[in-house]
Design a protein around this ligand. Structure first.
Ligand code: BGP
Length: 469
């Protein structure tokens, strides 16, 4: 018999302010670091117009309703609310988000609101972004302003989106500003500071008069050894601790376990570095760990890892030229091709079982997480416009397989409450620009016109029948 989704399951789609809104000079918005970075002469795209969600959100939400969606992830641009990050609050920015949030509810769609989705205000980025401890306080203030302003109409808050992807981009791969490469030390320090910032925001929320739920969103990709050899297993474990276990420990155990600390220190020893969090930080992290109301899991791919003794070498595939990626990190391991697993044009292995395994790991190892939303999943694809008749069967297949993995995890006991496609409409992709599309809605980036893809019509049937079709 076909499996039904649980009653009240949230079928959603995700967006993020910088990737969707455009309108970067509207309403007193200040610049985030992407504005400056994507305007350097060699950049081939920028976020000035993005998907025009700033102007078109009513149309997009009407489409979301038509697909039967009952949830949407939006993010609040810090730079619309506090344009320079730590100064005056900007009423026009506040007004925009009131309008947007009201429009979600008018369509029967619950907004899941993220406070930080990779878009630190430019001045705060220049002072060191998450490496500057002052920004923990600045973030706490921004969060407080949002809770006070929107607390009566938002029930689901997300503090930070994907700390691991952010630090990997900023300090390891180097394709996000400040474009540092191979600094695992900076990555660990920034992740730890984000754990403190998350804790400060959760504490502020719980101490406020506002009701609702709060959590964090992690990218959680399973890491598998390519062979059963001791060395490959060790390499996979190292990448897993750095990317997954480190922050799961902080959020849900309230402490980095002995094992986690031993791995992190081992990895850092290759660059002569170490990691010694202060007792004060750890006290705060421990204090709030039981107060997270949910975990958001973003999942796109899993990785197959081999042991590696060489120097770090990373080549980022930002064009969709299949087979061009390299990811090898000194002291950790190397991602290798698993010939049995299909990959996207950007070399991301398509492996739904990795999502099932990750959810079940949360169920077994981190029962403190309370409940799960899959807050992003989707296929980056070079959709063929075909006169507006967009036949994205590959996306339908991808979503179907991953929703099936979710259903299996639910059957095996996991408490998964919802699934959000990345993304509602095609949006800017941070390092790939506009030819890597993810949406249910095709966006013509010249005219900002929307076209419903086959996947959008398929989703409507899924939500109507509450089962895979
Ligand atoms: C996640 C981010 C999103 C989105 C998505 C797809 O890491 O939270 O903001 O960009 O990945 O990534 P990309 O655009 O690089 O394909």
């Amino acid at each position: 018999m076909t499996k039904q989704f649980p009653k009240d399951f949230v079928f959603g789609a995700a967006t993020a302010a910088f990737q969707a809104e455009g309108g970067v000079h509207e309403g007193g918005r200040g610049p985030c670091y992407w504005d400056e970075y994507l305007h350097r002469p060699e950049s081939t795209f920028n976020g000035d117009h993005a998907s025009g969600f700033y102007y078109k959100f009513k149309e997009d939400l009407a489409h979301a309703k038509e697909f039967g969606l009952n949830g949407i992830r939006i993010s609040i641009a810090w730079t619309r609310v506090i344009p320079d990050g730590d100064g005056e609050v900007n009423q026009a920015g506040i007004d925009f988000y009131h309008e947007l949030i009201d429009e979600c509810w008018k369509n029967g769609i619950e907004p899941y609101v993220t406070l930080h989705h990779f878009d630190t205000p430019l001045p705060l980025h220049k002072s060191g972004d998450w490496l500057d401890r002052k920004n923990i306080k600045n973030f706490k203030r921004f969060a407080k302003v949002c809770f006070e302003e929107f607390g009566d109409k938002v029930n689901k808050w997300i503090t930070i989106n994907e700390p691991w992807s952010l630090v990997a981009g900023q300090y390891i791969i180097g394709h996000f500003p400040p474009n540092t490469r191979y600094s695992v030390k900076d990555a660990v320090e920034a992740m730890h500071n984000m754990m403190v910032a998350h804790a400060e925001a959760v504490k502020t929320f719980k101490e406020s008069a506002v009701s609702g739920e709060i959590g964090i969103v992690h990218i959680l990709e399973s890491k598998y050894p390519i062979t059963e050899s001791e060395a490959d297993r060790e390499a996979a474990k190292r990448e897993d601790v750095l990317a997954n276990q480190f922050m799961l420990d902080a959020n849900y155990k309230g402490a980095y376990s002995e094992e986690t600390l031993a791995y992190i220190r081992k990895i850092l020893s290759y660059s002569g570095d170490s990691f010694e969090p202060s007792a004060e930080d750890m006290e705060l992290i421990s204090e709030v760990s039981a107060q997270n109301d949910f975990i958001g899991v973003n999942y796109y791919a899993s990785h197959f890892i081999a042991s590696y003794d060489g120097e770090s070498e990373i080549v980022h595939n930002g064009t969709g030229e299949k087979g061009s990626s390299v990811f090898a990190l000194k002291g950790i391991g190397k991602r290798v091709d698993n010939p049995n697993i299909p990959k996207t044009d950007w070399d991301w292995p398509i492996y739904p079982k990795g999502l099932y395994d990750m959810i079940m790991r949360l169920y077994t190892d981190y029962p403190e997480h309370k409940k799960i939303y899959v807050t992003e999943n989707g296929l980056g694809y070079k959709d063929d416009f075909n006169g507006g008749n967009i036949q994205d069967d590959a996306r339908i297949d991808y979503i179907s397989q991953h929703l099936n993995a979710v259903l299996e995890a639910i059957e095996d006991g996991a408490d998964v409450r919802g699934y959000f496609l990345w993304s509602l409409m095609d949006v800017l992709s941070w390092t790939n620009g506009f030819n890597k599309r993810y949406g249910f809605l095709y966006v013509d980036f010249d005219t900002q016109d929307r076209y419903v893809k086959k996947s959008g019509r398929w989703m409507k049937k899924v939500t109507e029948e509450n089962q895979l079709v």
